[in-house]
Design a protein around this ligand. Structure first.
Ligand code: NAP
Ligand code: GDD
Length: 324
């Protein structure tokens, strides 16, 4: 079979790196939109040993021309729009930028697909943050949205634009409504990685405490390596659609901490300090997804439970911190 070309925006992020690895392993020619930065953003691609097997295209999602050129240069038949300002906390400090990248950026990619190759299949990285102030105890594709952050509002716009381009222009455009997913490649600002990094530092005598905000918040956490398979499966379907991708289990930040500290023989209560600086202006108290449709239609199911995920992350951080 001739190899297919795929374009990933956000290829330097957590999911971009796992997806690049998955697609390269499946025989794709993988291209990535790469925004110029003054610091190294390629470490995740190196970590998964895939940097040499992808082709980076210089461009920024805020720039319509970049999106069009990326489509032209890559000749992609599958487009995965993962680029975003993805940290919820920052979205209150940079709401307009978040709207531009996370919201309007998706429209730039949809336009690029429509202009350059309307036959290409498009994946939008939608999010459980769109459920925000949850309207149903278990959230599915039919649960009404109620975003609680500028990030959630920007993602909701991008989500509806994806639906709109599917209905208006017949694009093969799908949205994955993904619940939180983590890995050793997670950004340090997100709570799981902040915890596992701190556990490693405390265990190795390099830190004493971990300052957190609302540890009563509950999230449905899965492993990023499992979740990128669901993205790919969505683009292999004859018909585009929207899918919730989740584990179907929810856990408090407090219990996630307990697992992480216990893995190295420590008690989280001895080290966690509550610091109001990490409270958010509006909180998403609980998220719990119903992955039934993804299981029935895509044959996808989360394979990694929270304990396995968190211990994998603690072990990776122990190795990283020990080398510093
Ligand atoms: P991430 O690690 O924060 O990666 C974000 C990516 O977007 C990075 O490659 C970043 O590039 C790129 N980017 C940011 N601004 C850009 C711009 N103006 N132009 C081009 N690229 C830009 O996020 P992630 O965890 O991999 O998540 C991937 C996507 O899924 C995001 O859209 C996120 O909002 C969404 N999502 C994530 C989760 C989750 O739990 N992880 C759940 C639901 C949805 P740099 O490396 O140069 O900064
Ligand atoms: N980051 C962070 N730092 N979160 C904390 C802290 C802290 O010190 N203390 C408590 N939390 C709580 C947050 O208030 C939130 O309720 C929860 O931990 C998870 O926070 P994050 O890990 O930052 O993730 P998120 O749920 O806000 O957003 C992530 O998941 C979304 C999907 O639901 C991001 O990956 C988004 O991009 C993604 O769309």
């Amino acid at each position: 079979m001739a190899s297919k070309n795929a374009l990933i925006t956000g290829i330097t992020g957590q999911d971009g790196a796992y997806l690049a690895r998955l697609l390269v392993d499946k025989g794709y020619q993988v291209f990535g939109l790469h925004a110029r930065r003054s610091t190294d953003t390629l470490w995740r691609l190196r970590y998964l040993d895939v940097l040499d097997q992808v082709q980076l295209i210089d461009g920024d999602l805020c720039d319509q021309g970049s999106a069009i050129r990326a489509m032209q240069k890559s000749q992609a038949v599958e487009v995965y729009n993962l680029a975003a300002q993805s940290f919820v906390g920052t979205s209150w400090e940079q709401p307009a930028l978040t709207g531009q990248v996370t919201g309007l950026g998706a429209t730039h990619m949809l336009e690029a697909v429509r202009i350059v190759n309307p036959q290409a299949r498009f994946y939008q990285a939608s999010t459980s943050e769109m459920f925000g102030l949850i309207q149903e105890t278990v959230q599915s594709e039919t649960t009404p949205f109620y975003p609680r952050s500028p990030y959630g509002a920007a993602k909701l716009y991008a989500h509806w634009m994806t639906v709109n381009y599917r209905e208006s222009f017949n694009l093969h455009a799908s949205s994955g409504i993904l619940f939180n997913h983590e890995s050793p490649l997670r950004g340090i600002e997100f709570v799981t990685r902040k915890v596992t990094d701190a556990v490693a530092r405390i265990k190795l005598g390099k830190a004493k405490e971990l300052r957190l905000g609302n540890i009563d918040a509950k999230r449905d956490w899965g492993f990023a390596g499992d979740y990128v398979e669901a993205m790919w499966l969505m683009l292999q379907q004859d018909t585009p659609d929207d899918y919730v991708v989740a584990t179907g289990t929810t856990t408090t930040v407090r219990d996630m901490c307990r697992i992480a500290f216990a893995h190295v023989g420590l008690n989280h209560e001895d080290h966690v300090v509550i610091d109001p600086r990490f409270y958010r202006p509006a909180e998403v108290d609980v998220l719990l997804g119903n992955p039934g449709k993804a299981e029935a239609k895509l044959g996808w199911k989360a394979k990694t439970d929270l304990e396995t995920l968190i211990t994998m992350m603690v072990d990776a951080d122990l190795a990283r911190v020990a080398k510093e």
